[in-house]
Design a protein around this ligand. Structure first.
Ligand code: MN
Ligand code: MN
Length: 469
């Protein structure tokens, strides 16, 4: 009898714990997960593009006392600032007691998501339909984007330099759009194609109209009719499509998933399930020891290139300005800084077990997932967090009762993926990926767990408020 208890103690002591939060968390903690998730779902519904994310976060930040960053101003401990990058990226920071003299605490997440962007010259007429041609953004399975309601979001800059912001198709009394698919009856050839070729990029054309201009004469009367309506509503002409950022996104709202309502389904949860916890953590950050920074970046899904992506100098310039204020060198600040790169990982999916290695997968409900490295095929294209920094973060989570798990992205040699961690690491900053496990990643409707969402917030909040890091 005693030996059995001894064995149980040994297991308890030695084995890596992988517990379902549904068993582990108290009722009051479960309530917190649910409350956090309600507000999160509202965020998902109200901001589906990078610009809308910036506006949403900025509004909350201004309400919480953040003011526009001025590099020539003197700031004191606890002062809160924001710095917008071209309307598509954003930095929020809370000045620390020591400023950036001993480095900064940083959390980064991305606010872009896979979608269908309009081509520069998108409006065509074919078969007496008006269609908008698209160029998909990010890694999508194209067939998933057909035969479902889409909404059009974005900004159009008119010839006179003024602009108009558009959100069309989200409300039930508004028209929406869709990409058609071939009926199964006639799809014998299509159904025999490889999944990657059954729907091609050039097939992703959205229906926008079918009525010709009444009393019109000549060719392309359906297209002309649509342009007339767009001109009346938005004051635009065809050329203005060239100077626009217009995106088709799923018109669905986010919903609870499951009889037990334990999960959330919705569009754009890569990476907004990490963006939202980052935002809440920085909004709740009070008088930190080190200056604490949350970066919300664009273009992750297309490689982080461009002036709103993580590879741009925008973030570095901001830290440079902070360094100058405190009379220290940028390189000194960066090399002493620490960062959580908040991005999603692939949750173990019972329907596709062959793609996962069960010992190293992340699981729904087992908490925020710590991803030591990403990349693919022999750890290519990744920042592999050091044993030392990983150890610091594991200890931080354990000390703060953050429910967490370790995860790798699927089986070795099955594929792979990256995050912005490597661009932060290249600045000589200690960085590790943490975030939410996701089912159906990059699909128009992705699924996460409420427990994991809330634990990601708890993880970032603990990192921001810990004095030893
Ligand atoms: Mn991501
Ligand atoms: Mn992604």
């Amino acid at each position: 009898m005693s030996s059995k208890i001894g064995e149980r103690n040994l297991r308890e002591k030695l084995f890596l714990k992988k517990v379902n939060g549904g068993k582990e968390l108290s009722e009051s903690e479960m309530k917190k997960c649910d409350k956090f998730s309600q507000e999160y779902k509202d965020f998902l519904n109200k901001s589906k593009t990078e610009r809308e994310n910036v506006n949403y976060i900025l509004k909350k930040a201004v309400g919480a006392g953040f003011t526009e960053f001025d590099k020539d101003k003197k700031y004191k401990s606890g002062d809160k600032v924001y710095h917008v990058n071209r309307g598509r990226g954003l930095i929020l920071a809370v000045m620390g007691e020591n400023g950036v003299k001993e480095g900064a605490k940083i959390a980064v997440s991305h606010i872009d998501a896979p979608r269908l962007d309009l081509k520069p010259n998108p409006l065509v007429e074919s078969g007496e339909f008006a269609l908008l041609k698209t160029h998909y953004y990010g890694g999508i399975k194209k067939y998933q984007w057909t035969a479902m309601p889409l909404a059009l979001h974005g900004r159009i800059v008119r010839r006179d330099g003024t602009f108009v912001d558009i959100v069309l198709g989200e409300n039930e009394d508004e028209p929406c759009f869709c990409v058609t698919d071939l009926l199964p009856h006639l799809a014998r050839e299509q159904m025999n194609k490889k999944m990657s070729q059954a729907i091609t990029g050039e097939d992703l054309n959205a229906l926008v109209g079918s009525l010709p201009l009444k009393d019109g004469k000549g060719a392309e009367l359906v297209k002309l009719n649509i342009l007339k309506m767009l001109n009346e509503k938005y004051g635009i002409v065809e050329e203005d499509f060239i100077s626009s950022d217009l995106e088709f996104v799923p018109a669905m709202k986010s919903r609870d998933i499951g009889i037990d309502r334990s999960m959330i389904g919705g569009y754009g949860q890569d990476d907004r399930s990490c963006t939202y916890p980052c935002m809440e953590a920085i909004l709740n950050c009070k008088k930190p020891q080190k200056t604490t920074i949350a970066v919300f970046t664009d273009k992750e899904e297309t490689g982080s290139d461009g002036n709103t992506g993580m590879q741009s100098k925008f973030f570095e310039y901001f830290v440079h300005d902070l360094s100058k204020m405190d009379g220290v060198k940028l390189r000194h600040v960066l090399s002493k800084s620490k960062c959580l790169s908040a991005d999603v990982n692939a949750a173990y999916d019972p329907t596709y077990v062959a793609s996962y290695e069960i010992n190293n997968s992340s699981f729904i409900n087992k908490g925020v997932v710590l991803t030591k490295y990403t990349g693919s095929g022999g750890k290519y294209g990744t920042s592999d967090a050091s044993a030392e920094f990983t150890g610091e973060i594991c200890k931080l989570f354990n000390d703060n009762k953050v429910l967490w798990q370790s995860g790798e992205l699927g089986k070795v040699d099955n594929g792979g993926g990256g995050t912005i961690a490597k661009y932060i690491a290249n600045l000589n900053v200690d960085v590790i990926d943490i975030g939410v496990p996701v089912l159906s990643m990059h699909a128009p409707f992705e699924v996460i767990s409420k427990i994991d969402l809330y634990m990601t917030f708890r993880a970032i909040a603990a990192f921001f408020s810990n004095y030893d890091l």
